[in-house]
Design a protein around this ligand. Structure first.
Ligand code: SF4
Length: 342
């Protein structure tokens, strides 16, 4: 079959593309396809991407892959990602985003897939200097080195700003058909999308680790729980959070949907609280087994009482999977409430 440069080769040139569904990676795939390169798309999910959070990003990456006419494989990085997040070798960005270590993990998955599907190289939608932590020259080099992919990652949007990769040196793609975009502006990419007849997608699903409020929550979790579970992470995504003690945390729903999610995340050892005769939130109290005591439960109840429709004291129903009891509670003062908020 023909290679991208028109020379005859024994097999069709094939690449693995890290596809997020955003504009840059979509364009990178399109450029490769237009050069005749076969593209195998790879979407990588972590517990912190907005991928399947109801905003449709998971569907969008599938839609984008379909519209580009490329196969899509999705890989989920779960517990190993949380483990990395506790102590990333290259540190965090402005939030709790360990971008360099995160990209290393993604590149490693891409390398594995490259071997599986017999691809010649990897492409990404990365643009030099677009993102401060992971897309500067030094970071790109580190990521390639750590993932054992030096020279094997082609970034079609910025290639002319970077050293030629193996794919270019071997003539698998033509360097002069690649681009030399750099910087944070998306203007060139938007124009290109128009020229290529692509529906310019919005930025891909956000990463919760860059969100300030979420970053506070994950930091608190990592400081207090040695081995957080995926359930702990899901709980971070809903409700108001309060650190009641070294070992106890309370999550209070903000609406009916959140109340349902919180209830669904309840596990052995957790306590559920809700007001009895008035409207109000459901709240989940999570505490190390031997540290749960009446003082903590009373404090949690006073917070639930504060968020209920009661004008003053109210009855709070306290239940675990075995027992149900009721206690009378006074609403906590605003000042005290704020001192516990994460
Ligand atoms: S923003 Fe989030 S998903 Fe993107 S590289 Fe950084 S940590 Fe990874």
């Amino acid at each position: 079959m023909s290679a991208a440069n028109g020379e005859e080769t024994s097999k069709r040139v094939r690449c693995v593309a890290l596809l997020s569904g955003g504009l840059d990676s979509t364009l990178a795939v399109k450029l490769m396809k237009d050069m005749g390169v076969e593209v195998k798309a790879l979407a990588i999910k972590t517990p912190f991407c907005d991928f399947d959070c109801g905003k449709g990003c998971g569907f969008r990456v599938k839609e984008v892959a379909d519209s580009l006419g490329v196969d899509l494989k999705t890989v989920y990085l779960g517990e190993e990602y949380i483990e990395m997040l506790k102590s990333p070798k290259y540190g965090y960005g402005s939030g709790m985003n360990p971008c360099i270590d995160c990209r290393v993990m993604m590149y490693r998955v891409a390398r594995e897939y490259m071997g599986e599907c017999g691809a010649d190289f990897i492409i990404t939608g990365e643009v030099l200097n677009q993102r401060p932590m992971s897309q500067n020259m030094r970071a790109l080099r580190i990521i390639e080195k750590e993932s054992n992919l030096e020279g094997k990652v082609l970034r079609p949007l910025s290639a002319k700003q970077l050293k030629p990769t193996e794919a270019e040196s071997r003539g698998l793609v033509k360097r002069d058909m690649l681009l030399g975009i750099k910087g944070r502006s998306r203007r060139v990419q938007m124009e290109l999308a128009k020229q290529l007849g692509l529906d310019a997608p919005n930025a891909a699903g956000g990463c919760l680790l860059t969100d300030r409020q979420f970053a506070r929550r994950i930091k608190d979790l990592l400081e207090h729980v040695h081995s957080p579970t995926l359930n702990d992470i899901e709980l971070l995504k809903v409700g108001r959070h309060f650190r009641l003690s070294r070992d106890a945390k309370l999550v209070v729903g903000r609406n009916k949907d959140e109340n349902e999610i919180i209830e669904s995340l309840m596990q052995d050892g957790d306590i559920m609280l809700e007001p009895k005769d008035v409207k109000g939130p459901k709240a989940l109290l999570r505490c190390s087994k031997d540290k749960m005591d009446e003082r903590i439960v009373a404090l949690a109840a006073s917070i639930v009482c504060r968020y209920s429709d009661a004008d003053g004291p109210c009855t709070i129903v306290i239940s675990d999977n075995i027992t149900v009891k009721e206690i009378k509670s006074e609403p906590i003062t605003n000042e005290m409430l704020e001192s516990y908020r994460i």
